[in-house]
Design a binder for this molecule. Structure first.
Ligand code: ZN
Length: 91
């Protein structure tokens, strides 16, 4: 059963907000990289950020084993360079 996000503990809420914000930033950086924007993050910085996002998502899964980070019934954006475990399982 998927818990509603309002049932999450405060620390899990902080985690999910960081994941949502992180995914948005990574998606933006990925888009910049794709068009050779000089403001795009360097490859090493970007892959490091991807790794940290992934580690954070694993911690979040201890509190919320199912459902997308964007909430029940939602899914990660298709152009995101990283997607959550729940969306990964569906793709
Ligand atoms: Zn998702």
């Amino acid at each position: 059963m998927t818990k509603s996000f309002s049932d999450l503990t405060e620390s899990a809420k902080v985690l999910v907000l960081r994941l949502q914000r992180g995914q948005t930033t990574l998606t933006d950086q990925h888009r910049r990289w794709f068009v050779d924007d000089p403001k795009a993050a360097k490859d090493a910085v970007f892959s490091d950020a991807l790794g940290r996002w992934d580690a954070l998502e694993q911690v979040f899964r201890c509190a919320q084993p199912s459902g997308c980070i964007w909430g029940p019934g939602k899914s990660c954006p298709e152009d995101a360079p990283v997607i959550c475990h729940a969306c990964l399982r569906q793709s």
